[in-house]
Design a protein around this ligand. Structure first.
Ligand code: PHE
Length: 342
């Protein structure tokens, strides 16, 4: 019995087989257990010899089972270590991390600067009705500004009676939506995408503007000038940038001004914030009473300024980028060249 089991145990090649052997030998109905039960039928003399011998055999078999089990586990582990190795000294594959698009970075910078002056962010839809984009801003149907803005109109099937929609041509409709909802006083900026059918070195059909709107009881153009000079000085990181206000015309502001920032051209190098040159950067003015009225704000009680600035344009100036279209070409080489991607 001893020889038979020790041999079988030694030859077992997996844990399951060992368990079967255990049951066969020392399990409740195992061969050795049955033999132990027969001890009762023996004479005392016989029992004195056979009892200890059977016990010793049982212990020996159990020990052999345990030892074999440990050996099998060892072998399995060694096998895994041999096949599942990993060279932790190998260099990693180069991994490129995505980066924030320069226009988004600039938008965040702009938002942070205006936030310090108490402006919060307002938003509006990029597809809006022509009422918000034009009529409410005092641009009636026949007004030449509609044509000038190269508007993208949404197609309507014949018989579709819904209000005409356009891709907003500027962020000014957000003025109306914000005042309609929140009334006066208010102090917001509205950055976002705008659309015009135009394409050349400085125009893309989709571009970005940031609208500014401050309404209170006695806000004036002087406040506007201070806010803008504060903004440009912070944005271009140059103290005391001067602005020049040129009389202009927008249907939604009266008076209106186009605003230039100070610059110089030396050896074909553009420098912002010095010299006696001027660069146009935005349109602005005092919000027209009709616009306040359209948004449900009483023009006898409230007044304020609004401005609209091209985000792409001031980004080009800040980073010295000559062609606006490159911003939206998704060319990684270009993004890396300007340090916008890794
Ligand atoms: N909406 C004008 C534009 O797109 C800019 C502007 C905004 C002018 C607000 C005056 C006041 O050209």
């Amino acid at each position: 019995l001893r020889g038979k089991y020790l041999e079988l145990i030694a030859g077992a090649s997996e844990e399951g087989a060992l368990e079967d052997l255990r049951v066969q030998a020392v399990g409740k109905k195992g061969e050795i257990s049955l033999k132990m039960r027969e001890l009762g039928k023996m004479s005392p003399e016989e029992r004195q010899v056979a009892g200890p011998a059977l016990n010793a055999l049982k212990d020996e078999i159990n020990a052999a089972l345990a030892a074999k089990k440990a050996a099998l586990a060892d072998a399995a582990l060694n096998e895994r270590l041999k096949t599942e190795w990993l060279d932790v000294t190998l260099p990693t594959r180069p991994m490129r991390q995505g980066t924030i698009h320069p226009i988004s970075q600039v938008t965040e910078e702009i938002t942070a600067i205006f936030a310090e002056m108490g402006f919060t962010v307002a938003e509006g839809p990029q597809i809006d009705t022509d009422w918000y984009n034009f009529d409410a801003l005092n641009i009636p149907g026949h007004h030449p500004a509609r044509a000038e803005m190269d508007t993208f109109y949404m197609h309507r099937a014949e018989g579709d009676e819904r209000a005409p929609h356009v891709l907003r041509t500027h962020t000014s409709p957000v003025q109306i939506r914000h005042m309609e909802k929140n009334g006066a006083p208010c102090r917001v900026i509205a950055p976002g995408r705008v659309y015009r059918a135009d394409y050349d070195q400085t125009h893309t059909p989709m571009f970005h503007q940031v609208e500014g709107l401050a309404i209170d009881r006695d806000i004036s153009m002087a406040n506007l000038k201070w806010v803008l000079e504060e903004f440009f000085s912070a944005f271009f990181e140059i103290d005391g940038i001067k602005t020049r206000f040129r009389a202009s015309h927008f249907p939604f502001t009266e008076p209106s001004a186009e605003v230039d920032i100070q610059c110089s051209w030396e050896d074909g190098q553009l420098k912002i914030g010095e010299g006696d040159g001027w660069l146009e950067v935005l349109g602005s003015g005092m919000v027209h009473p009709k616009v306040l009225q359209a948004a449900g704000v009483n023009p006898d009680e409230w007044q304020g300024f609004a401005f609209g600035m091209g985000i792409d344009r001031i980004s080009m100036l800040k980073y010295g980028i000559p062609d606006l279209r490159a911003f939206f070409d998704s060319d990684l080489r270009w993004l890396r060249h300007y340090g916008f991607a890794s």
